[in-house]
Design a protein around this ligand. Structure first.
Ligand code: ADE
Length: 410
């Protein structure tokens, strides 16, 4: 039995469009920041036993089917690379060939709402592959494991590393060179603070899989983006990260998010992932950035309305949160402690302790009048404060999600 924890990640140069649907091979490189698993992560326990009569998986306590292509691709790749395993203390011996016959039990838990559009499948599939690779004693390094995780969910390959990560699109038809590499670890640029606005989505969005397919079939902009824009942007983003050049980092991240959503609009029928609240957040950040000498905050939006904002340091993060709480106060009966979650110390830097303090926040200086129309109560469900974080880790058996005696969820 083995338990692992894996982070989620947010792309600052976006992955949009596949050149191979089955192997999940992208049409451009992408770059992401790994988010601190203390705030957003998946924990997965995997177990093997001759007493298990079939492969089984539980997600957040509920049994789910493993028959989907994404799990099966990963299981096939993992089993074919599994090695001999021996635990003398427990008297367990598994030969390489046995892994094809033995059944697995897998229990996974996301410490954040699975349906909130927070890249749960990236953390989930990365954890699935990482935990099983450890259990099956695979000799492959993280980059080779990333190529397996990629076949479960494209962006999962970037969750095999902490810090700043590039998914290289690769050229090979079999996908062997479509892997993730670490550009820098999380300590390289630890001033950055990430604030996520979880935006209340009323409508079910178009899935990324079908959205990408539609964009590739119908958008002319997507080809220009993949061939002309992203290759140059990736080089510039790598340089910005290496030099910790925040103004360049922010300009590139915002421009790339906006171009990704422009591709969505250029798709037929058009895809709207952002909503009015997302647009209001962009205006708020753009207005503030323009009022300062150089950008203070970057924003980026995935295939949904949630805003991910990256502030250059704690001080700017507090000023950002102050603006966000001014524009998007919670309903009066909300507990401030559940409205801002994650690293709550940022809230102390803002100087707000309760709802009264939120109501009395001053209007940001870059907006002229404190008119009520500028406040949008209830448009944001909650905020998560976090930072760049570490990659996958193995946890102790005391944190296992499966009962060691029965192999069933605890
Ligand atoms: N999809 C969303 N969360 C997941 C998880 N933890 N494991 C596998 N697939 C997922």
């Amino acid at each position: 039995m083995l338990t692992a924890q894996t982070p989620t990640n947010i792309a600052v140069i976006k992955y949009w469009g596949k050149r191979d649907e089955t192997l999940i091979l992208p049409i451009n490189d992408s770059i992401s920041v790994t988010l601190d698993p203390d705030h957003l992560c998946t924990t997965t326990t995997v177990a093997v036993s001759p007493s298990f009569d079939q492969d089984k998986m539980w997600l957040n306590g509920k049994e789910i089917s493993l028959l989907g292509g994404r799990f099966q691709s990963c299981l096939r790749e993992l089993r074919s690379r599994a090695c001999d395993f021996e635990d003398e203390k427990r008297g367990i011996k598994i030969k390489k060939a046995d892994w094809e016959k033995l059944n697995l039990h897998i229990a996974s838990y996301n410490n954040f709402p699975t349906a909130a559009g927070l890249a749960s499948s990236a953390a989930g599939l990365a954890c699935f592959v990482f935990a099983l690779a450890k259990l099956m004693n695979l000799k492959e390094d993280h980059s080779q494991l990333s190529a397996i995780a990629r076949q479960g969910s494209g962006s999962a390959c970037r969750s095999l590393y902490g810090g700043f990560v590039k998914w290289i699109m690769g050229k090979e038809e079999n996908g062997s060179d479509s892997i993730a590499v670490q550009l820098a670890d999380e300590k390289h640029w630890d001033d950055l603070v990430i604030v996520i606005a979880v935006v209340s989505a009323r409508q079910k969005e178009t899935s990324s899989t079908s959205g990408m397919q539609d964009s590739c079939k119908t958008s002319m902009l997507i080809q220009h983006r993949a061939k002309e824009v992203v290759p140059k942007r990736v080089i510039q983003m790598e340089e910005a990260i290496e030099k910790r050049d925040f103004p360049s980092f922010a300009r590139l991240a915002c421009a790339d998010s906006n171009q990704f959503h422009a591709v969505c609009l250029d798709t037929s029928p058009p895809i709207f992932y952002m909503n009015d609240t997302s647009h209001k957040i962009i205006s708020c950040v753009e207005k503030w950035n323009r009022s300062e000498e150089s950008p203070q905050v970057a924003y980026t939006f995935d295939a949904g309305p949630n805003a991910v904002m990256i502030a250059r340091n704690r001080k700017t993060a507090a000023l950002l949160l102050q603006r966000l709480l001014f524009h998007f106060p919670p309903h009066s009966d909300t507990d401030l402690n559940s409205y801002v979650i994650g690293d709550k110390s940022i809230l102390q830097d803002v100087g707000v302790r309760d709802m009264k303090d939120v109501e009395n926040l001053p209007a940001p200086p870059e907006i002229k009048d404190n008119i009520p129309a500028l406040k949008s109560k209830g448009d944001v469900s909650y905020f998560i404060c976090t930072r760049p974080g570490r990659g996958p880790t193995v946890l102790s058996d005391s944190q296992a999600l499966l009962n060691p005696e029965t192999g069933l969820p605890k």
